[in-house]
Design a protein. Structure first.
Length: 572
């Protein structure tokens, strides 16, 4: 829903509520001037997360199965971070084979998440579905093969079949699958043929993402909400030792790799070419503060992702990442304790202050259920753009060649990844990096199984572990840096906090008035049509929002508060 309110200063207030095609419930309010340029923005998470409270008093070994319920999409990420935080607290080091199995699940999730985000959540910000109906299929096939000599399923016959399928959707009024698009918007730049190519791959990506879920479930037991990790290692030993299970996993990953290289990356390069001017103009550029914790050591112990911190787009200086600099504050968030606090000591006590009488946010006070994480007191952008930029500058051997190749093919520079379209380019590069890295981890696992009789679980006596301790786990996951912090007292969880990527990226302003990354990326955008703020949606979607991770709703008894049913095609 988009609302506008005129102001005496000739500024308009535009409310986008909810922002669709994301996980969770996000509200964005902006002010635009008489030239339709965004002068201020407020990003508001609209639900309360209470998982930290639920975990208090629990056995630390149970936190993983509960914490993964923070989200129905990022289940494995929270599962692993929670288990690893407990291991860190108890100084338990899982065996290498267990780490490899965890990596195989995690990296498969990277690939699946990036594919789903681009095609099914974000591509319709660039792809005009209805325009594809006027495409010349023969010409579209030629264009597809200009971007890759073996373009994925892009023969003239393939494209004609997709065009016929799209026509049946449109003619029957069944565009629900592609709802909430501004067809015909002036900001769309792809040709009808390029739109058809994208829609072809949109439909094929539905199959691919389903298959990757099967690969994840081979080691994870099921997905979402896998059950294969325990404090000390993994339980999927029989799957690891079964050659057929490994082959099934590899078959799916190889199929996915073909789609990445012959569809996803070429489609991304197509969009980069179409929107080169907006990239070079820096549309959607943020403050330039980037952060990555690094991780996923390869067989030679070099990390797949490099760690580091960049300030203000100064790419020549990459500072060392130090988790002790992470704090969260709630001066503009609906919580009682406002001061910047270490996650080890942080509380999550709700303090809701309601909206203005006209339904808009109280933008001078608290306006979001999302807290404001800060690193050395500064907002930070996390995610694929941060990882690819930092990895390139840190000469990460498994990242720099991929980024360089993409820049050589497209004419992009490193600064260009700090933009709306640039974030999507970085995400596509990272999907290829993660997918290709999987094969090295599988090879290492096979070698370990063949030559070493290594355990997959570090055995320990729980009763002999310290009753009072604390620990944290900090991981790079698809949307950015995820951290879980746990304090244990009398062998029970005394305090628990999860600081998630979307909390960083979607954070509200802090006590110093510093905007969060979403807000910073929105300010300065010029809208072609304030009634259809497509440019704002593009900027927000480019971060791959996951509000389910950042916020959750529950009352003290754990009961459902309300249920709402929305019919995307109107009342039925």
């Amino acid at each position: 829903m988009t609302q506008t309110n005129a102001k005496a200063s000739k500024k308009q207030k535009i409310v986008i509520d909810p922002v669709t095609r994301i996980e969770g419930h996000l509200r964005v309010e902006i002010e635009v001037d008489e030239n339709n340029v965004v002068t201020e923005a407020w990003a508001s998470g609209q639900l309360f997360r209470g998982i930290e409270t639920i975990l208090k008093g629990r056995d630390p070994r149970d936190t993983g199965l509960i914490a993964q319920r923070i989200c129905g999409v990022c289940t494995n990420s929270h599962y692993r971070a929670s288990i690893s935080a407990v291991e860190h607290a108890y100084e338990i080091v899982p065996p290498r084979n267990a780490e490899i199995v965890r990596n195989l699940v995690s990296l498969a999730l990277f690939v699946q998440d990036h594919l789903v985000h681009y095609y099914h959540l974000h591509s319709l910000d660039y792809v005009d579905v209805v325009s594809a109906l006027s495409a010349d299929c023969e010409q579209a096939s030629k264009i597809a093969h200009q971007w890759h000599k073996r373009a994925y399923n892009c023969s003239q016959g393939d494209l004609e079949a997709v065009k016929e399928k799209l026509s049946s959707f449109v003619n029957a009024g069944r565009l629900g699958l592609f709802a909430n698009g501004y067809w015909g918007h002036a900001a769309y730049k792809l040709s009808p043929e390029e739109n058809l190519i994208h829609m072809n791959h949109y439909l094929e990506a539905l199959r691919i993402q389903r298959e990757v879920s099967k690969a994840i479930a081979i080691f994870g037991g099921k997905t979402p909400h896998p059950q294969y990790m325990v404090v000390g290692g993994v339980t999927s030993v029989m799957d690891m030792l079964n050659p057929q299970r490994l082959n099934d996993y590899l078959f799916i990953i190889k199929d996915t790799q073909e789609f990445l290289k012959r569809a996803y990356l070429p489609d991304t390069k197509m969009v980069v070419a179409a929107y080169k001017d907006s990239i070079k103009a820096g549309f959607g550029r943020g403050s330039g503060n980037f952060m990555s914790s690094g991780g996923y050591p390869l067989s030679d112990q070099h990390p797949l992702f490099a760690s580091g911190v960049i300030w203000g787009h100064n790419f020549d200086e990459v500072a060392e990442f130090d988790a002790s600099h992470i704090t969260e504050e709630a001066s503009r968030s609906w919580y009682a304790d406002e001061a910047p606090t270490s996650p080890y000591d942080e509380t999550t006590e709700p303090f809701y202050t309601d909206l203005n009488a006209d339904g808009t946010l109280k933008t001078e006070g608290k306006y979001s259920w999302i807290k404001a994480p800060r690193y050395q007191g500064q907002p930070m952008e996390l995610g694929p753009a941060a990882r690819m930029i930092i990895g390139y500058q840190q000469n990460a051997k498994f990242i720099k060649p991929y980024v360089q190749h993409f820049m050589d093919d497209t004419g992009l520079e490193l600064i260009d990844f700090s933009s709306t379209v640039g974030r999507n380019a970085a995400r596509a590069i990272e999907a290829e990096v993660a997918c290709d890295a999987i094969f090295g981890f599988v090879s290492e696992l096979i070698e370990n199984i063949k030559y070493y009789n290594e355990e997959t679980w570090t055995k320990y006596d729980f009763e002999s572990l310290p009753a009072t301790t604390k620990g944290c786990a900090i991981f790079e996951v698809p949307r950015g840096t995820l951290s879980h912090f746990i304090r244990i007292d009398e062998a029970k969880v005394a305090n628990y906090q999860a600081v998630v990527p979307t909390t960083w990226n979607a954070s509200p302003k802090d006590g110093l008035g510093q905007r969060g990354p979403y807000e910073e990326a929105i300010v300065g955008l010029q809208l072609a049509d304030p009634q259809q703020p497509l440019e704002v949606l593009r900027a927000v979607h480019s971060f791959d929002p996951c509000l389910a991770c950042a916020v959750h709703v529950i009352d003290v008894q754990g009961r459902t508060l309300a249920e709402h049913r929305v019919h995307p095609l109107g009342s039925l």
